[in-house]
Design a binder for this molecule. Sequence first.
Ligand code: NAP
Length: 282
Amino acid sequence: MKTILVTGGTDGIGKGIATHYLKKGDRVIVIGSSAAKGNLFLSEAKQLGAEERAIFLQADLSSVKENKRIIEEVKSRLHSLDMVVFSATSHKIKKEYTETQEGLEFNFGLSYMSRFVLSFGFKELLEKSDIPIIVNVCAPGMNGTVDLNDIQNKNNYNGSKARYHGSRLNDLLGVAFVDMDTVRKIKYVLFNPWAVQTTGMLETIENPVNKLFTKLIFKIIGKPVDQAIIPIIELLDKPPEPNLTAYIQRKEVSLTKKTFNRENAQQLYKNTVQLLEVVMEK
Ligand SMILES: NC(=O)c1ccc[n+]([C@@H]2O[C@H](COP(=O)([O-])OP(=O)(O)OC[C@H]3O[C@@H](n4cnc5c(N)ncnc54)[C@H](OP(=O)(O)O)[C@@H]3O)[C@@H](O)[C@H]2O)c1
């Protein structure tokens, strides 16, 4: 029996992956902010006869302190982790610049900082597995730059830009993680699922015309969750040989792309560590 932890495992792509491994007979820990979604996951696990292998941890992952609490809780319950999947997100575009209680821009906190803290925080537990893997579900392969002088988009905030920026930050997180990793056991995969028909993606658009248009486009080019997760399951079951890889669905993305620049990754790592120190001192 393997152990998999899925952030955002209570809905969308994350839930699809979590349910797959529950059905397969593995131990599954899911993290989400809503108790209702978590309890639904647990009652579905019960129906599968898998309640003893299903754990729901409620946390607002846009908070650094909550991510740190989760790491400690998982360490206290488990001796090792085989697979970690990052799939927590909020598709809702915040028109106004919004800060968490810790003073982080919301998208930055949830889509990047959480994954940074958890990647390094679960490293030791993962290294106890024979073939450990982290799959960071984001959007590698897309273009864009990271403003290293304003990693939280505090200046000239734009809601859509802030969301895409989060994915560029995750590209660099993958590079920095593998660069810093002297043990070199964990396989780090950046995965772009392309268009997936999740409720989060389709229902959180406020403008009714945009919502209708997006639903139509996703009906044509998008995939249902059960199909979209197949390549992720394949990677989790048979991790790639290199320590860092990036994919758009099954197509490998070249790591020579500018978005994976090593110097930028090192600089972002330093900036993030400094920012974390400030948050933890508060
Ligand atoms: N769907 C697509 O077309 C698409 C395309 C490209 C990339 N992606 C990437 O794929 C990943 C999954 O997307 P999805 O469409 O499956 O998302 P989704 O259906 O909206 O599910 C998001 C999950 O994140 C959790 N979550 C949201 N806010 C949270 C918070 N503050 N703390 C903890 N958990 C939180 C949600 O649970 P709660 O509501 O209970 O918190 C839910 O379980 C994301 O990283 C996304 O960027 C998706």
